[in-house]
Design a protein around this ligand. Structure first.
Ligand code: HEM
Length: 512
């Protein structure tokens, strides 16, 4: 035994050292994190400019109000509106102070270029792109240009693909192919899965869009990137890589989807010539063609993941909200929507772009649920004079008070009521029955797709996909809430975003 005692003592000393080292990490990392956070907030709340802040004063007052905002943004905004009627005010959020501007500032924000009010920097702050995606996303965002040109032009040829995938994916996912049979599903998760599969049919094609492991990875990436980002932002620069690594190892990050996309792109590049001669159109193909020659495949893959993120985390919310509202409509109104779809398909000879433009009731329903969607942040670059003696200092975040825009009684009668046919009725009243009130048409009273030069680049794609999916669901299924559920599920709000209840279920019954 004596023989082994030096070894045992070494092991036990090594063990003590290991325990000490672990304890240092366990205490040191959170301590550094909280100390940095404290100094960050102290710095954040000492902005110049004289704009008042909602909530009690001091660092503690900031933290309490920021937590309240995280879980009940509406209450904090209402409090600010009541206290500072019609004036800009500052909302404390866990990601930093936000200067909330009333609707009269909308024109200046949406008409300004990035040198004045910067949109990509606001996205970068929200998503911490250098960590959750990569540093090049902001430098040359050619993925947005490709969406606005090649993808928009290709939408008519995407329609049959989207329809085909909707058909297959819904039959498989809902598992009710027999007339009269029904199934009960968690709506939000099911729609997220369907959106991921159907969008990726035209992004990467048949093979990858039906690969369940890939779909799982890309959905996880889209859902966790915005959750991980605030933790990265709160951490000091030297800890950020570690924070991303630690959280993405648990929650899921970019590594898993990249493992599918990079080999896909490599394989696709090898076959580029023969593919150019075939007529298969894919968004991945457009990006490969538009990429600068020095862009690595990982960079192109990250941009395609960025598009997936743009699609999955927004479209799934919209379709779920519309389904919740549709399930409350009386039978004759649901049949009215179905009739409009069938008439459009009949008059246009099937599922064409023109037929889709005639689905006015579905389009109206999408636009109406969009009225409650909140967005439009920018970073003030030069500082901005608010013309009431106050000022947004440079480098701070501004946002238009969307709720005040979307619930303005001068623009919308009975604004608190969700009326799915509000915009189709408004279109009927217009002389040319134009697309003025169409789902993908932003105007000064309707901003779910943002505004100005950065207005959502994928909105026509999103509108096409959502209209096909909803029309398809209505023609194939009767939808309702489970027995005993008489009202639509309440939304969850998180950090200003309005998210449908994940647990809410609906019954899908196969129609004749
Ligand atoms: C209902 C679905 C969608 C909603 C509500 C939505 C909303 C938005 C919003 C609010 C912005 C910021 C605009 C601004 O700040 O002015 C944006 C930008 C963007 N969206 Fe969407 N989006 C949707 C679907 C999509 C889809 C399907 C894609 C891709 C296929 C996409 C790609 C983009 C891109 C690339 C940008 C950045 C544009 C730029 O900076 O120039 N979006 N979107």
């Amino acid at each position: 035994m004596r023989l082994f005692s030096p070894i045992l003592s070494l092991i036990s000393r090594g063990h003590t050292y290991y325990m000490l080292e672990s304890a240092c990490y366990a205490l040191g990392v959170p301590l550094t994190f909280f100390v940095t956070l404290y100094f960050r907030i102290s710095r954040d709340i000492t902005y110049a400019g004289g704009v008042s802040r909602v909530g009690p004063p001091g660092v503690l007052g900031y933290i309490v109000t920021a937590f309240r905002y995280t879980f009940d943004a509406e209450a904090v905004i209402l409090e600010g509106r009541a206290a500072f009627s019609g004036k800009p005010f500052v909302i404390p959020t866990l990601a930093g102070p936000v200067f909330l501007l009333p609707p009269k500032y909308l024109d200046v924000v949406r008409s300004s270029n990035d040198d004045v009010f910067n949109e990509p920097m606001a996205v970068d702050e929200d998503l911490q792109l250098p960590y959750t995606m990569d540093v090049h996303q902001m430098e040359n965002p050619y993925q947005a240009r490709v969406l606005r040109t090649d993808v928009n032009r290709a939408i008519p040829s995407f329609i049959p693909e989207i329809l085909d995938e909707s058909n297959l994916a819904m039959t498989e996912t809902l598992e009710v192919s027999t007339e009269g049979k029904s199934t009960i599903i968690p709506v939000f998760d099911t729609m997220t899965h369907l959106i991921a599969r159907i969008s990726n049919r035209v992004i990467f094609g048949v093979e990858l869009c039906r690969n369940e492991s890939f779909l799982h990875a890309i959905v996880r990436f889209s859902e966790t990137a915005p959750l991980i980002a605030p933790f990265i932002r709160w951490s000091p620069s030297f800890l950020r890589r570690f924070v991303y690594f630690a959280l993405s190892s648990v929650l899921g990050g970019k590594k898993e989807p990249l493992n599918f996309i990079v080999p896909f792109l490599r394989n696709r590049l090898g076959k580029e010539k023969e593919l150019q001669e075939s007529d298969e159109l894919l968004i991945a193909h457009f990006l490969l063609q538009a990429a600068p020659s020095d862009e690595p495949l990982e960079g192109i893959a990250m941009r395609l993941m960025n598009l997936n993120f743009g699609s999955i985390h927004t479209s799934s919310i919209f379709i779920t909200q519309v389904l919740f509202e549709l399930a409350l409509l009386p039978q004759n109104q649901l049949d009215g929507i179905r009739e409009e779809v069938l008439t459009a398909l009949d008059s246009e000879g099937g599922w064409t772009k023109l037929a889709l433009s005639k689905f006015k009731k579905i389009d109206s329903a999408l636009r109406e649920v969009g009225r409650v969607y909140v967005a439009l942040p920018r970073i003030s670059m030069l500082g901005h004079d608010l013309l009431d003696g106050t000022r947004v200092p440079p480098g701070h975040r501004v946002a238009i008070d969307m709720k005040a825009v979307h619930f303005n009684p001068q623009a919308y009668s009975d604004p608190d009521r969700c009326d799915l046919f509000r915009f189709s009725k408004m279109r009927e009243d217009e002389e040319d029955n134009s697309s003025k009130y169409g789902f993908a048409t932003p105007d000064s009273s309707y901003l779910p797709f943002g505004a100005g030069r950065h207005a959502c680049a994928g909105r026509f794609f999103a509108a096409t996909e959502l209209k096909i999916m909803l029309a398809h669901i209505l023609l194939k299924y009767d939808i309702s809430f489970p027995p005993g559920v008489m009202s639509r599920p309440a939304n969850v709000t998180f950090n200003g975003a309005i998210i449908p209840d994940r647990k809410a279920q609906m019954v899908f019954k196969r129609r004749q």
